[in-house]
Design a protein around this ligand. Sequence first.
Ligand code: ADP
Ligand code: MG
Length: 311
Amino acid sequence: QSYDVEEIEGVGRVTAQKLRESGYNTALDVAYAGVKELADVLGSEDRARQIIAAAQRLVGLNNFVTALEVYERKRNVQYISTGVKALDELLGGGIETRAITELAGEFGSGKTNFCHQLSVMVQLPEDKGGLKGKALFIDTENTFRPERIVQIAKYRGLDPKEALKNIFYARAYNSDHQMLIIDEAKKIIPKENIRLIVIDSLVAHFRSEYPGRENLAERQQKLNHHIAQLLKLADIYNAAVVVTNQVIAQPDMFFGNPLKPAGGNVIAHGATYRIWLRKGKENIRVARILDSPMHPESEATFKITEEGLID
Ligand code: ADP
Ligand code: MG
C-alpha cells in the first residue's frame, strides 16, 4: 500500500508541497530518509526527525522484522537475465533487484558492454528474462553508445527506437554531480517504471578528485553515503543497481590476485554481488563471482559480439 505525504501526521499542504518538490513523493520516501537530508528540506533537524518518525509509523516501518518478513521480502526479488545462459546460471537467475551488483575488471574486460546489454534486457517481457521496465544509465566516462543499444535491441527483438526511449541517460561530470543525479533520480524512478540503475563507473570521479592516502577518509565517507543512497533506491523501488569498478594493481601483493577493485572495502561491503570480468582469447570474456552470500564461487564464459553479450 502506498501513502501520500499528506497522510503523515504533522504534514500539511505546504510541507507536502516542499517534500514533493524535493522528490519525496510518498510517505515511504520520507520513512527511508535521513535526518540531515530531510532537514535541508524542512529547515530543522528536530522537525525532520519528527516527520520521519511519523512516516515510519504510518508505513509500518519497524527496526525489527521477523525472519518470515525477510523471507517474504526476499521472494519479492526479481531477476534481469543477462542474455547469456551460462551467466544467468552462475548468478542463480540473473541480476537481482533490491541489490547492488558490481562489475569489476580491467580496461576492455567488457564492463561497459555489460551495462548496455542490461539496459536492453530489462525492457524485455518477463517470459523473455526482462522486467518490462526502463533503465537509468549514469555515465561518468562518456562511453555510452546509443548505436550499441540499437544493435543489441534488434538482436533481442525490440524496436530500436523504443529501446532508446526507454533508457534515461545522465552524464555525471564530477562526484558531487553524480550524487545529485541519484538524489534527483527518485523523482523519475517510480513515474517511469525504472527497474535498472546503471553507474558506469561508480568510482572514477571519486578516485580522481580525492587522490592519495591523505584524502582516503573523505573519499570513502562520500562513497559510503553514495552507496547507501543506491541501496535505498534499490530497496524502495525493487530495482537492480549495477555499478562498474575499475581494478587497480597491488604492487605489494605476492600471492593470489594482484588486482583489486579500486573502491576498496566500502564497495566490498556495499555491493551485494561482485562479478569479476577478465579477458580471454579474442572476444571471449570470463566472469567469476566472489563475495556472494548465496552462490559458491564459480566461473562462466561469454562472448562480446556485434549483437552484444552472447553464450
Ligand atoms: P570496459 O568497460 O571494461 O573497459 P568495454 O565494455 O568497453 O570494456 O569493452 C571493450 C571491448 O568490447 C572492446 O575491446 C571490443 O573488443 C568489444 N566490443 C565493443 N564493441 C563491439 C562490437 N560492436 N562488436 C564486437 N565487440 C565489441
Ligand atoms: Mg567502460
